[in-house]
Design a protein around this ligand. Structure first.
Ligand SMILES: Cc1ncc(COP(=O)(O)O)c(C=O)c1O
Length: 381
């Protein structure tokens, strides 16, 4: 680098770096699809579902058009609708609660844990009581593996079982992480993920998948994916959607999955470097015992009194991007403000919405780039 040139802008997520690494193999994979022309339900779709099942340990994988569709499909397949409560963390991306609301069910927002940002089991219990007080039937709980770290499945599954709810893991950000040595994809009745390009395992458009060990659920999901079709494809036996994953995206994901294990290692190394460089200055993310993270985001909390906008602006002057996930928790957003919140409120979600900020994170974040980010954070504070 010429010493008189300003340093290169740092991408928040460097999709182009992975593209450079995989360029030829992805071009060839897409070329094969262009040659066989089975753009819907081509052989790559089945191959991807098998590869994802092997990777996660789930018995069935049903690929679909997005992480949002994946959530809706599971709730549809379980007959969740009007009068039902679906317990969701408030501190999450809107799709978690939106899926329930779209089906006429009521999302009930519960709080998250201050250290892990994931669903707080004590608040979940209070949320179930709140749902009943509202005359709703608690049907499902959707823990989210927020920012990549697995939720507390032992605690959440035990509460769900005692209260008669099923667990749907929203792993849109967590696919590739594990809990007590088991990969995400096998907790609860079903797990969903997103292949949105910025996700740890992302495609080149929209995509998603559902993981389950339940044979009957998998069969219903395959039917819902194509308008609720039955054994005879023009006899639709239930309502469904058009929610298939394109063959082209499956072909791209197959190539990306081949290097995913290496990328998981690289992401963890980058997270450790951040923790070492920033741990004495800001609150860095903490992994709970038995949990790993795929580091979909690296989210820090600023010391009390630090102005978050000013901090972001200071980094921006050095071409270092930041992102705020999420400036409003779900219960604070216009579309969701009238849905119930667990008794005791969701103060942790509100605090996180006020002081959390995410730094660049991806598998190709090299040491010198990261040192630039760390130095900029230190000088901004
Ligand atoms: C927690 C969570 N759930 C669901 C989704 C929805 O995924 P998609 O964008 O593929 O519909 C996202 C996407 O950002 C997410 O972060």
């Amino acid at each position: 680098m010429n010493q008189h040139m300003p340093p290169e802008p740092i991408p928040f997520i460097d999709i182009a770096a992975q593209r450079r690494r995989l360029g030829k193999s992805i071009d060839e994979a897409v070329g094969r699809v262009l040659a066989h022309c089975q753009f819907i339900n081509g052989p790559e779709v089945t191959a991807l579902e098998q590869a994802l099942a092997k990777f996660s340990g789930a018995k069935h994988v049903v690929s679909c058009a997005s992480g949002t569709d994946a959530l809706i499909m599971v709730l549809m397949a379980e007959g969740v609708g009007r009068g039902d409560a679906v317990l969701c963390p408030s501190f999450t991306f809107c799709a978690t609660g939106e899926a329930a609301a779209l089906l006429g069910a009521t999302p009930v927002f519960v709080d998250v844990d201050e250290a892990t940002f994931n669903m707080d089991p004590a608040s979940l219990k209070r949320g179930i009581d709140t749902a009943r007080k509202h005359g709703l039937k608690p049907r499902a709980v959707i823990p989210v593996d927020l920012f990549g770290q697995s939720a507390d499945y032992d605690a959440i599954c035990a509460i769900a079982e005692a209260e008669g709810l099923f667990v749907l893991d929203d792993a849109a950000q967590g696919f590739g992480a594990s809990y007590k040595g088991r990969r995400i994809g096998t907790f609860g009745r079903a797990t969903t993920t997103s292949f949105f390009p910025a996700k740890p395992l992302g495609c080149y458009g929209d995509g998603g998948a559902i993981f389950t060990d339940d044979d009957s659920l998998a069969e219903r999901l395959r039917s819902i994916r194509v308008h609720g079709q039955g054994a005879d494809k023009y006899d639709n036996i239930r309502l469904g959607m058009t929610a298939r994953l394109d063959t082209m995206q499956a072909a791209i994901l197959l190539e990306k999955l081949k290097i995913f294990e290496e990328e998981i290692v690289a992401r963890n190394e980058a997270a450790e470097r951040y923790a070492r460089g920033l741990g004495n200055l800001v609150t860095v993310p903490r992994l709970a015992a038995g949990c790993t993270s795929i580091w979909a985001q690296y989210t820090i909390r600023l010391p009390a009194g630090v102005d978050r906008d000013g901090f972001a602006a200071a980094l921006k002057t050095k071409d270092i991007p930041t992102a705020i996930y999420y400036p409003k928790s779900m219960h604070q957003q216009t579309a969701y403000k009238d849905y119930p919140v667990a008794e005791g409120g969701v103060p942790v979600s509100e605090r996180l919405s006020a002081d959390a900020i995410s730094l660049p994170m991806h598998a190709y974040l090299d040491r010198p780039t990261q040192e630039r980010v760390i130095a900029a954070v230190r000088s901004a504070l």
